[in-house]
Ligand binder design. Sequence first.
Ligand code: BGC
Length: 392
Amino acid sequence: MKKFIKILGLLVVVHGMSGCENDATDVHASAAETKVSAVLWGEANNQPVYLYTLTNNAGMQVKVSNWGAYVQSILVADKLGKIEDVLVGYNSWQEYYNDCCYSGPVVGRFGNRIAGAQFEIDGQVYQVTKNDGGPNKDINQLHGGKLGLHKRLWQSKIISNGVELSYLSVDGEEGYPGNLNIKVRYTLNQQNEFAVAYAATTDKTTPVNLTLHTYFNLSGDRKRSIEGHELMIAANKITPVDDLLIPTGALQDVANTPFDFTQAKLVAKDIRVSDPQLLKGGGMDTEFGGFDHNWVFSDYDGSLKNQVSLYDPQSGRLLEILTQEPAIQFYSGNFMDGSVSGKNAKPILHREGLALEPQHFPDSPNQPQFPSTLLKPGDTYQTQSVYRFSVK
Ligand code: BGC
């Protein structure tokens, strides 16, 4: 086991190092392996915050941090071979520390909303922290609560082709029952597939719904709005929502509505159609709203399936999302309004990014007809999503 060396504030990884643990993985990977390196990026609670870079032989790079398990950037070639960043986010750790908008972290313990920030398990009512809904954001819970998993420092270590992050969310944290041991593995292979594998165990029954909250813009370095991207979602239904974006409990057919993405179409195509569900998406486009809904995959069976594709015709970049999850939240960046500055101090303009979050359905803990999100002691929560990049 070798230690890291600090040179001019940069942390150079010498050998199988980690955030807080060490293992024997050599970062000087063999030719078939993705290279993994790390720099010291900041400091939280007197602990080092690292930015890891995963680089494959094709030159694709993914940068991730042990702060909030953020994915900071994905650099990938366009059809002319130009490598650019396809994630909306920031440059410095300080900006991630202050991030308002879930710009690339793992969200949980429960991704998306829980009505009334409350649920019942075996006759016991649990009140989790409120951070969403109404003018004071004090009605529901969104993305696991105020600090969730995204404002925490995770343990980290380099593994083959990537990084493993772990976090112990203690019993009662954000109001949730049970000590939840979470592991997230980020790996990049030679086929430009960035895989996110989640695992968790608990000592009390608790809901778990982890997802990655990255905002994509395949134009590269945010050159254009995402309205010019073509999106396909293999889903015949959505879970329609009320005014606070809580599922009503029904399933709604997408056929003949703006929500039909079963055939790839431009995000812009139906985003300004008058539709009561679209209006719930809110945001800057006050007349029409936007997409902020959960699509239910038609052929879900728990295996890893190619369910979503996003394509930018100008750059030729194609992203396919393979997932074991039953659904995906598609949020079209409705609230982005230029008031927040992102990478290279460029204001993040309306619809400069879109989030695609493979997940279980929002508010599942209160909707028994939805697939269960309860994890019991002795069981292991395990799920994977793969982000596959190519050009066409
Ligand atoms: C939610 C949106 C929210 C966004 C950023 C999405 O997952 O569905 O309603 O505005 O995250 O917080």
